[in-house]
Design a protein around this ligand. Structure first.
Ligand code: PAF
Length: 282
């Protein structure tokens, strides 16, 4: 496995791979790899000749009060995990390497951001779109892998790829779950034992939503109200949002029709959990 630290070296590697007609599966990460990332790498491994991952904690996507400095970093551990999973190249640039001087062009994501988590993180997806534009140009992947746990990010990347004609196939990968249904996250350890016990009710509520829709309920307001009331009785955390939107457009809808997302965020004492399901309703 190669560790590449500069853009120039990465571009050189990419040129050599392209000259051999090899397909590149790309998994962008901010490191501190967990099972969610592992499922992305495994998926990339199955369908590409070469797997490239990037490890870069992108300052542009952190707000002024967010945890850029304290964001967990452990490159040695990440390196071992990547090696074990058969990753071919780890692109591990420094902040200076990616942003040697202030950018002269700013990207602003105008759609799909003013809902769900994006509503409380202004500018976050601008930073994600900017770094991915750079990474896509440098790595030139055939396919790029993103976890559906952050379905809003997948929707934004879908917009980026389509709007700017990147010749890249976006591969959304299903959320990895604990046995009781709780979406896996490195943040779950911040739940108290009581909170951990009840947290699977978030996923259960999403399953209930699916059942109610299958039983014929189509009114999104009615569904949202009923689901909110039902979730509220089973958790001690506070519901940050429970939204039903079109997917991937993330538009408001009165009636469930076509591809939709049902997304929930719950604030617990030390952590905020998110989960969602995407379903296609005929
Ligand atoms: O999902 C993440 O870890 C980041 O938002 C990404 C896609 C690596 C961009 O910095």
């Amino acid at each position: 496995m190669k560790i590449v630290r500069t853009i120039e070296d990465m571009q050189q590697q990419v040129q050599e791979l392209k000259a051999q007609n090899l397909s590149i599966g790309f998994v962008p990460t901010m490191g501190f790899l967990h099972e969610g990332h592992m499922s992305l790498m495994e998926e990339a491994k199955k369908h590409n000749d070469i797997v490239v991952i990037s490890i870069f904690v992108n300052p542009l996507q952190f707000g002024p009060n967010e945890d850029f400095d304290s964001y967990p970093r452990d490159f040695e551990r990440d390196e071992k995990i990547a090696e074990q999973l058969g990753v071919d190249v780890v692109f591990y640039p420094s902040v200076d390497q990616m942003y040697p001087k202030p950018l002269s062009i700013k990207m602003t994501v105008t759609d799909r951001t003013n809902v769900l988590c994006g509503r409380s993180r202004p500018g976050h997806f601008d930073g994600v779109a900017t770094v991915l534009t750079k990474l896509f140009h440098i790595i030139q992947p055939s396919r790029a892998y993103f976890g559906l746990k952050d379905a809003q990010q997948v929707a934004v990347v879908d917009g980026l790829i389509n709007d700017f004609n990147f010749p890249i196939e976006l591969v959304p990968v299903p959320t990895v779950r604990e046995e009781d249904g709780l979406a896996k996250s490195s943040r779950n350890v911040r739940l108290t034992p009581e909170e951990r016990k009840e947290a699977p009710n978030i996923y259960k509520t999403l399953q209930v939503a699916k059942e109610w829709i299958a039983d014929g309920e189509r009114d999104t307001n009615k569904l949202t109200d009923r689901l909110f009331a039902s979730l509220e009785t089973t958790i001690s955390g506070s519901i940050d949002y429970l939204e039903i939107l079109s997917y991937p457009e993330l538009g408001n809808i009165d009636s469930v029709d076509g591809k939709i997302i049902i997304a929930i965020a719950v604030k617990y004492s030390n952590v905020r959990l998110i989960d969602n399901i995407i379903i296609d309703v005929a």
